[in-house]
Design a protein. Sequence first.
Length: 642
Amino acid sequence: MTDPTFNSHLFSNLAIAVAYATIPLTVLLNFRFFPKEARPLILLSAAFVLSCGVGHLLDGLHQTDVLYYWHWVTATISCICAIAFALVLPQQLRHNAILGTIIENIPIGLGLLQEDLDRDGQRRLRWKLVSNKAIVDLGQDLHDKWFDETAWGQSSLSIDDFLAVLDTSKPILQRELEIRHPFSDQLETYLLSCVNLPGSYLWVLWQDVTDRKLAYLSLTEATEQLEWQATHDYLTKAGNLVLFDRLQIQEADRFAGLLSVNLDRFKNINETLGHSIGDVLLQSIVERFQGLLGAGDVLVRTGADAFLILLETSNNPVDLDTLAQRFYAELRRPFICLDREIKIDASIGVADHSVGNLALMRIAGDIAMQVAKSNPLGKRVIVWTQDLMKQVRDRQEIALDLERALQCINCCGSEFELYYQPIVRLDDPTQCYEVEALVRWTSPQLGIVSPGLFIPIAEQTGAIAHISDWVVKQAIIQASRWTNRLRIAVNVSPWDLEREGFVERMVSLCEEYGVMPSRIALEITERAVTDKLERFSDTLKQLSNAGIRLKIDDFGTGDSGLGRILEGRWSEVKIDRSLLPESPRDLGRIAICRAIANLCHDLNIRSLAEGIETESQRLLLCELNIQDAQGFLFAKPMTEKT
Ligand code: C2E
Ligand code: MG
Ligand code: MG
């Protein structure tokens, strides 16, 4: 029979031994999770517990001899263990305390999250450890709070992102996050990293980068602003040539069409109305253009009065023409600048991408625009065609040669001469009471150049002032040589009427050469009167007050309508050649001529038919109440000698 105390001793010691053995076993299984510096102590402790367990096992089995020696093993291990603990543990504890303090006071946001399950068995994360800075950053103490109850939980980063760090092989998460601080209510930017640790832990570290971000943003903003300033016109906010050059290099094939817009006589507006009105006008023009631009279209101001409109949308030259007409119509609507109503005109050249890249389109557009500028029919929008090239070259040649010729217009041997074409009574052509002075230019290089060709060019380049001054003076001198009954009509350009001192100069020339001002008439074409009448109505009044007669020339070629006859102190209306009937069957023209003649009659204004070439025409016109006539039928323009 076995002694019961023996059994009890055996089992109790066995139980202790097993219990002792589980501790080192657990340590061994989880050894890798212990911090490296703690591992030797843990190992020693495990060995100590294990040797105690073995001692109990030997005791339970009554192995007294072995136990005797085993005690020495346990004694040795326990002594080493005690010494190690005495030496290392306080140091380790101090170390950990320092580490804890460091973590608490580290100047970055730092926190330890641990995975946990809530009452519903949902996976959640709980803050276990946080630095003080973390509390400041997030505006609340995080200790032991659920992650989703705190600021990071409310940010764009979801709990799933963190759990993914725990679950997947992707151990690090890095994000830029923005939160509105609960106290300051300011939007702050943080750079957050999350690292997983063994044991379902996550280290979350973040840094406040708001200042850096703001500095970066203001730097980006400043760079963008500098970039904008470098590529845009300060006054109108349209693009400038730098922008155009860039587009030319980087996006040469992006645009389907280009409009080259040039304002007429913008310089005059600046000079007569002042630069501040000129500036407001330019801004208003750009505003109107912007209203017509599509999303990808670009507006560039290339000069004081010049714009390029780059159109991304239309591929069709016909569409481009229509589009250009729209821009033109916008320009023609009166502008109100600083309480003044201003009407302007412009020339538009249109080029489409069939010309080539943007650089070529610009050249083509500019050429078409120049052609529009001096178009004798007043067509202000011209689409580029190959033929325009020749016209432009000719124009440039004429402009250059004209400049040269004008330098010696007042010298002996001048290339300019005045011809005179008689104006007669329609019913009695033998009676010539007046002549029209018509300028002629014979260039040694280009031969005889028609005034119809060089006058529009001179108007555009400004050379017209020299020509008009010379023509007016020559005509007055000529009038002084002729009998007092013969009067002279002189053609002037609308720009002359805007020139300072023009009236005074005319009056003083009449005085100087003893010519009655009433012997001089000025002819102003109807096209000029159409929209600029308001601009020089004062000048017309002064001229009329001085006794100089005024005539509307080429009546019927503009779009003014009969009403224009009423505005101004006209002494004669010259009906354009294109309106004269060819035969009695030409009922439309007959009706127009009759209407003009009757109106003139009622208003006590003389009427004249220009360019009569046949006797049948004269007879036809005689019946229409027209008083005066001019044309090859009676006499061609001739020199004073002939
Ligand atoms: P305009 O003032 O209407 O002058 C009449 C034009 O018609 C002249 O052409 C004249 O030669 C032409 N003409 C006259 N009778 C007939 C006719 O029966 N048949 C045809 N086919 N033509 C006729 P021109 O001299 O070539 O002048 C053309 C235009 O140039 C003038 O038209 C005028 O607008 C302008 N111009 C001429 N001289 C001057 C000038 O000194 N100053 C300014 N600003 N313009 C001028
Ligand atoms: Mg004339
Ligand atoms: Mg005429």
